[in-house]
Design a protein around this ligand. Structure first.
Ligand code: ADP
Length: 320
């Protein structure tokens, strides 16, 4: 079982030929759909084949009803803290013909998820093999979740996204596995180790240099850096996780026809969690290989949560 803790957002997306300047109006088209890193990752884990629970906070509004219906449709067990005085999380997204966007996120209920609600979910934690969180809900709730997961002997994965969200050293230390993309990795190195670097600098590093940076950031953790269209880099601590060889390695990206990489990172973390939960004997490298395939396939469809593929589709495309 995978237990995901994180955000639900209702995304509202408007497309127009060009983005209006302040004070201006444009005619365009509109779609709405589910989003939020937490929900995207829960859907990914469920479709990757794991029994999945999702801990989140919702308002009492239409978006909350949508969240409940969509979770049920993917067989996800929802543990929602209801905040009647707050709206569910929303994102307003404006996209121009060139694909450039401007986004405003209103966290709403997500920011109010309490550690007390998380602490009361003992049975859910007791049944979890893998716990997975991101940084779009209150940091206190994330910290409580990671702490409970470790106490319950679940593997604790932190996807430290979005970049520059509030983190503390104590929070990072609760994670067995970190899954930043290059931007998030650079932000963590800056914030926690005072190392000035950016995503482009990281992309130019060889494996030995990346491994050293991963060890410097989180010597206790396995660090999995997603490299977008360049694949993924894995760095293990000295102490082997699940009998893997210690050290570092890189996986090439799968060849796909990417049309929309929104949510690729969410697909990766959700699928990794599911693969690791599938068997305590499963080698970490096999789980990473599956997540690399799953995330690649997710880029062939538009959207985030609803664009997640299913395990059978991944196996049909790339083999078992
Ligand atoms: P994020 O969505 O957080 O920016 P990335 O862009 O690093 O995350 O993508 C996450 C993962 O998705 C990558 O590590 C890779 O496995 C897969 N992926 C993303 N873009 C592509 C692509 N163009 N081709 C193949 N795989 C991709």
């Amino acid at each position: 079982t995978v237990l995901v803790l994180g955000s639900y957002n209702q995304d509202h997306a408007w497309s127009a030929d060009d983005l209006p300047a302040p004070g201006a109006t444009r005619l365009g088209s509109y779609t709405s759909g589910p989003g939020g890193k937490g929900f995207n990752q829960a859907v990914a884990a469920a479709r990757a084949g794991a029994r999945t629970g999702f801990v989140t906070a919702l308002g009492e509004d239409a978006a909350a009803a949508t969240a409940r219906a969509l979770a049920a449709a993917d067989g996800i067990v929802l543990h929602a803290e209801v905040h009647g005085s707050l709206p569910s999380g929303t994102a307003g997204i404006f996209v121009d013909a060139a694909g450039r966007n401007v986004i405003v996120v209103a966290p709403g209920a997500n920011a109010a998820l309490t550690p007390g609600f998380v602490a009361a979910l003992d049975p859910a934690f007791a049944g979890a093999d893998v716990f997975l969180a991101q940084l779009e809900v209150s940091p206190e709730a994330v910290h409580e979740g990671l702490r409970r997961a470790r106490a319950a002997n679940a593997l604790a994965i932190l996807n430290p996204a979005p970049a520059n969200a509030f983190t503390t050293e104590a929070l990072l230390r609760q994670a067995d596995v970190l899954t930043p993309n290059e931007t998030e990795f650079a932000a963590l190195l800056q914030r926690h180790r005072g190392l000035a670097c950016d995503a482009d600098t990281l992309a130019a590093q060889d494996d030995a240099a990346l491994h050293a940076l991963c060890r410097e950031l989180a010597p206790w953790a396995t660090v999995v850096v997603t490299l977008g269209a360049s694949g993924v880099f894995v760095s293990h601590p000295g102490e082997a996780l699940r009998g893997d060889a210690t050290g570092a390695y890189r996986l090439r990206p799968e060849a796909v026809h990417a049309v929309d990489t929104t949510g690729a990172g969410d697909a990766f973390s959700g699928a990794l969690a599911a693969a690791l939960a599938a068997g305590a004997d499963a080698a970490f490298a096999d789980a990473v290989r599956f997540a690399n395939r799953f995330a690649a396939l997710s880029t062939e469809r538009r959207g985030a949560a609803l664009a997640m593929p299913r395990r059978a589709e991944v196996e049909e495309r790339f083999g078992p």
